[in-house]
Design a protein around this ligand. Structure first.
Ligand SMILES: Nc1nc2c(c(=O)[nH]1)N[C@H]1C(S)=C(S)[C@@H](COP(=O)(O)O)O[C@H]1N2
Ligand SMILES: [Mo]
Length: 413
């Protein structure tokens, strides 16, 4: 535990140094790049001592390659969609390594050269149309957020496995989620360059990936308030390296706490509108539709979920075991986590720091396993008081499976 704590401290020292460098840049009027050059000698010494890995990657131009998912860490659910294997998660690592992070593509990942990439801000809601290059974004103030990315369909397989009503779409178990440190520019700062009108209502980033059939380009409007939120960013980095192609490099949106589709990858344009924008991605898709040909509420914030770092189903021998897992919520941090092997008797799990809002908390329980078959369960409560119910209402697209998952376990003699 002590080591984990130290690791997190180191991460945050790095952030402090980053912020320091930015303050210096603003004070001296030097571009961040010029400042980086000037600091290189000093930083080289710091890097030699192991402190500042992120700084040197900052301007790296790796366009990225498409990941060939390693089946030891990622399992396919069809198409270019791979979920993280919870049984392969390293208990000690708060962050999910980029190569182990789930991938959800409506079509395919694309490799985009940052040198030819640009971002256009357009629409009735801006004062002037603006185009920005990668370098221009990289020279703006950079901020980091530690947040989960999670697909609205995470847990979809349990509509069938647990509630007996299959929902169409990728049969994710609980691995369509991961936590990373995302670094980039506040979306607000970028929108300010174009001037957002008082009358603006919706902000819609659009991806440069191939069109998703009749649904067109992947794009998803969000209310202007969420776009202007302090923590909504255009990410250029994931876990201190240039954003990998599979995760939307060179630049993606990160909308904390919200379902994954809000966080448009390979963003190429952002439309700001004075009238509400309707696309398939916020009408027929990513809404809670009860039956075909109806409409339902648009989903934004994620609910509370929990997962064991165990194979599904799990088998182990009798005796005392430490079971690990994580819980997360779109509404905040996790207040407490309870564990049960029968659904009747619940015990508090021990939380392992850190516990960041809209990211996750790791936990562990000591479990005295006796031969037999069980359904392990875990349920979390977030700091807004939201918890995990025993069942969730069916919806045609199979979103928001936040119920307590029964995790099958056989304990051998
Ligand atoms: N342009 C674009 N953005 C996209 C998608 C996509 O297919 N194209 N998939 C969305 C969905 S459904 C999810 S869950 C997240 C997945 O992000 P990841 O692949 O980095 O985990 O990206 C979102 N952003
Ligand atoms: Mo998703």
């Amino acid at each position: 535990m002590r080591n984990e704590h130290l690791k997190d401290e180191a991460t945050y020292d790095q952030d402090r140094l980053d912020r320091h460098l930015w303050r210096e840049a603003r004070a001296t009027g030097l571009s961040r790049r010029a400042l980086l050059k000037r600091f290189t000698a000093g930083l080289a010494a710091a890097a030699a001592s192991g402190i500042l890995p992120g700084m040197f990657c900052q301007k790296a131009r790796a366009a990225g390659t498409i990941i060939t998912p390693d089946p030891a860490f990622l399992t396919t659910v069809g198409g270019n969609n791979y979920e993280m294997r919870w049984d392969a998660v390293n208990h000690d690592d708060y962050f999910v390594a980029n190569e182990h992070f789930y991938i959800r593509d409506h079509t395919n990942s694309v490799v985009i050269d940052p040198d030819t990439w640009s971002l256009t801000l357009t629409g009735s809601g801006v004062e002037n149309e603006v185009a920005l290059t990668y370098d221009e974004l990289a020279d703006m103030e950079q901020v980091s957020v530690v947040k989960f990315m999670e697909c609205a369909g995470n847990g979809r397989a349990f509509f069938k496995l647990q509630q007996g009503t299959p929902a169409p779409g990728g049969q994710w178990h609980l691995g369509a989620v991961g936590v990373a440190k995302w670094t980039g520019v506040r979306l607000r700062d970028v929108l300010e360059l174009a001037g957002v009108k008082e009358t603006a209502v919706d902000v819609m980033p659009q991806g440069l990936d191939p069109v998703a059939g009749a649904n067109g380009h992947v794009r998803r409007p969000m209310p202007v308030e969420k776009a202007l939120d302090d923590e909504t960013i255009l990410a250029l980095q994931m876990n201190d390296v240039p954003l990998p192609a599979d995760h939307g490099g060179p630049v993606r949106v990160v909308v904390p706490g919200w379902i994954g589709i809000a966080s448009i990858k390979w963003v190429g344009s952002i439309t700001v509108s004075e009238t509400p924008l309707i696309t398939p991605f916020n009408s027929t898709l990513y809404t809670l539709i009860e039956s075909p040909n109806t409409t339902g509420p648009v989903i934004t914030s994620q609910n509370v979920k929990s997962a064991f770092e165990l194979p599904y189903p799990a088998t182990f021998s009798r005796g005392v075991h430490t079971l690990y897992g994580r819980s997360w919520s779109g509404a905040g941090a996790i207040k407490h986590v309870e564990f049960s092997d029968d659904g009747e008797h619940w015990h508090m799990a021990e939380l392992i720091a850190p516990n960041y809002s809209q990211a996750w908390v790791r936990w562990k329980v000591t479990y005295n396993a006796k031969p037999g078959t069980y359904n392990l369960r875990v349920r979390a409560v977030d700091d807004a008081g939201n918890t995990q119910p025993d069942t969730v209402p069916f919806n045609k697209n199979g979103y928001m499976f936040g119920a307590v998952v029964k995790h099958p376990l056989t304990v051998t003699a």
